[in-house]
Design a protein around this ligand. Sequence first.
Ligand code: IDP
Ligand code: MG
Length: 151
Amino acid sequence: MSTEQTYIMVKPDGVQRGLVGDIISRFEKRGYKLVGLKMATPGKDHLEKHYADLSSKAFFPGLISYMNSGPVVGMVWEGRDAVKTGRVMLGATDPLKSDPGSIRGAYALEVGRNVCHGSDTVENAQKEIKLWFPEGLNSWTSAAYNWVYEK
Ligand code: IDP
Ligand code: MG
């Protein structure tokens, strides 16, 4: 298992519903290290770039208008197996199929209002991090490192 970075985003419904703190807290408590964090309202063009792979889907216009309906909170978490484990913490795309202990399984009921985003591969994580954090990330050493990792 390697150290990875993943892009996690609280979608507009998650921000409106006051879930930002809880979502940050879950990643923080799990042992991941926060290396980037911002609120943003980047507009349609940027959101279309973020979801470019889905542009041919029938739900794409609805997805973009949902994502453009208010500010989002984007973050980058770093640590062991961050991409895959981050997806497990989010839950399945369809909240009704999500484990109840996951974020979507705990807080959402519809695929079109599923409160959070997480990168699905290391390669896509790198692309998303460049798109959302062109200014770069924060490099720091966590005092908790040796309490989270045995080696
Ligand atoms: P993911 O967010 O779990 O990676 P993707 O397939 O990448 O899922 O889809 C991106 C987002 O598009 C989903 O999180 C969801 O908000 C929305 N979405 C996906 N499938 C549907 C659908 O069938 N109807 C409406 N929205 C959808
Ligand atoms: Mg996806």
